[in-house]
Design a protein around this ligand. Structure first.
Ligand SMILES: NC(=O)c1ccc[n+]([C@@H]2O[C@H](COP(=O)([O-])OP(=O)(O)OC[C@H]3O[C@@H](n4cnc5c(N)ncnc54)[C@H](O)[C@@H]3O)[C@@H](O)[C@H]2O)c1
Length: 475
């Protein structure tokens, strides 16, 4: 099939590459000329493992190209995906201006030569499917006031569930595909588009092997409104699960329990599941905070107050602040102290800094007159470019970060950090204090290496006092 994907960010580029890899002929469109120029040169504008290789393979299968104008690609396409950003406004609601511009542009480019489906892949508030339909119609009417009656199209909602850092595998081997559609013809076209993905009958690309447990993928057909809600509900739940783990970890710290043990014990319950139960400095990224705020806003428009949703935001904000408190407990005075942040990206295997806990920490610590250094294997260039206001000193390695630092904070659990020589790091520091915001290290090993170690929900005290049976009082 002929496909256009509008927006070449984390979602659009991966979606375009995967659909072309599956055999569709894809054009990716973006208004950002620099991004399109990079993609045309065979470079990726974002850091995403295996994406450059997949783009190369995709060119040789269905075929993929890149454009800055949508008129030509839309006119030739059966399916047009909207994958533009929906960032938060100051009120918390989603900014739909990029979506609106794209939908209007699609309408203006349509003719009556074929039936097309306009698919919303951006995360959009409930009702946006209807808005897209209206905007496309308005675009059609403005572009061809006389001839718009012969132009037929459908609108679908196809929320995206990929995770940055493993977006290629998530897109090729999804847990499910959700399609919200108002009519059978639209749904049928979407089923046809996703047939190879549902059947899993394509050869896995090198670097993204098919999981052994992978069977047919469930395509869940829903109404437009339900599909839009599924995305928000899933993200809100995942954020809440992490928030719950953080809250339990905070109680564990106070009562002397080991949060990782507690989470392991909880996660073995098949009703709960082990994933998204790692306590830490809180979640970040472009989606959770933005989507919870947008859902709260929608609920408010309908006179409902989402108490759990609001608490989820509050717990997460407090968790970030907890790191500063731990540093204060260890160092007392933060003014003039040098704090090293190990990791900037909101999670490993991405260069995405949107709503990253590291940025909150850097801001707070700088406000408190501490000196902030950072080392990240991938995201330092993005941080320099996006946040020139933050007076961070960037280090070339974790060891350089540790040299003469008063404390290290593990903010991102990059794999390479797990193999660091802790003794060498501790030795290089002025005071070997570590706040392990991701519970990356074993407390015993960190302490043995010379660190004054604090994790999240962990009790690095020897167990003996708490676990030794009490001697019975005699007489
Ligand atoms: N990033 C994720 O992990 C993720 C996961 C699931 C869903 N989503 C959702 O997907 C959507 C896209 O997210 P993203 O992270 O890829 O965003 P992004 O900011 O990385 O990319 C959006 C792209 O759209 C382009 N754009 C904006 N207006 C345009 C227009 N009118 N025509 C053509 N291009 C236009 C921008 O230039 C940009 O390159 C959002 O709604 C987001 O909530 C994101």
């Amino acid at each position: 099939m002929r496909v256009t994907v509008i927006g070449t960010g984390y979602v659009g580029t991966v979606t375009g590459a995967c659909l072309a890899y599956l055999g569709h002929r894809v054009t990716c469109v973006d208004t950002d000329e620099a991004k399109i120029a990079k993609l045309r040169r065979g470079e990726t504008p974002i850091y995403e493992p295996h994406l450059p290789e997949l783009l190369e393979l995709a060119a040789g299968r269905g075929g993929i190209d890149f454009a800055t104008e949508l008129a030509g690609p839309v006119a030739e396409s059966d399916v047009i995906f909207i994958a533009v950003g929906t960032p938060p406004l100051a009120t918390g609601e989603a900014d739909l201006s990029y979506l609106s511009a794209a939908a209007h542009g699609i309408g203006a480019a349509m003719d009556g030569s074929r039936y097309r489906v306009v698919v919303n892949k951006s995360t959009v508030p409930v009702g946006s499917g209807n808005l897209v339909e209206t905007l496309v119609r308005e675009g059609i009417a403005e572009a061809s006031p006389a001839g718009h009656r012969g132009i037929d199209f459908g609108v679908a909602s196809n929320p995206e569930f990929l995770r940055e850092g493993c977006a290629v595998a998530d897109s090729l081997y999804p847990d499910r595909i959700v399609v919200g559609a108002g009519d059978a013809r639209t749904l049928e076209l979407m089923r046809e588009l996703y047939r190879p993905l549902v059947a899993q009958n394509f050869p896995p690309p090198p670097g993204a092997p098919r999981p052994a447990s992978m069977g047919e993928v469930k395509l869940l057909a829903a109404t437009l409104t339900s599909a839009e809600m599924i995305k928000y509900a899933a993200n809100a739940f995942l954020a809440m699960k992490i928030g719950f783990a953080n809250e339990i970890a905070n109680i564990c710290e106070r009562v002397g329990a080991e949060a990782p043990e507690v989470m392991a014990g909880m996660g073995l319950d098949s009703r709960i599941g082990a994933r998204f139960l790692n306590p830490g400095v809180g979640w970040g990224g472009s989606c959770f905070g933005k989507d919870i705020r947008a859902l709260l806003h929608t609920a408010m428009e309908y006179g409902y107050e989402g108490k759990l949703l609001r608490a989820s935001l509050e717990v997460n904000a407090a968790q970030r602040q907890m790191v500063v408190q731990k540093l204060q407990e260890k160092l007392f005075i933060l003014k003039g102290r040098t704090i090293g942040l190990l990791g900037l990206a909101f999670k490993p295997d991405t260069d995405d800094l949107r709503d990253a806990p590291s940025l909150y920490l850097a801001e707070r610590l700088l406000q408190m007159d501490a000196r902030v250094r950072a080392y990240d294997p991938v995201a330092m260039a993005a941080c320099r470019e996006q946040r020139p206001d933050l007076k961070i000193r960037y280090s070339e390695s974790a060891l350089e970060l540790a040299e003469d630092a008063d404390a290290l904070v593990v903010v991102t659990e990059w794999r390479e950090f797990a193999n660091l020589d802790l003794e060498q790091l501790a030795h290089a520091m002025t005071t070997p204090i570590m706040v392990d915001g991701r519970n990356l290290f074993s407390p015993a090993e960190a302490i043995a290496a010379g660190f004054d170690y604090t994790g999240v929900g962990r009790c690095p005290r020897p167990r003996t006092a708490a676990s030794r049976p009490r001697r019975q009082a005699v007489g």
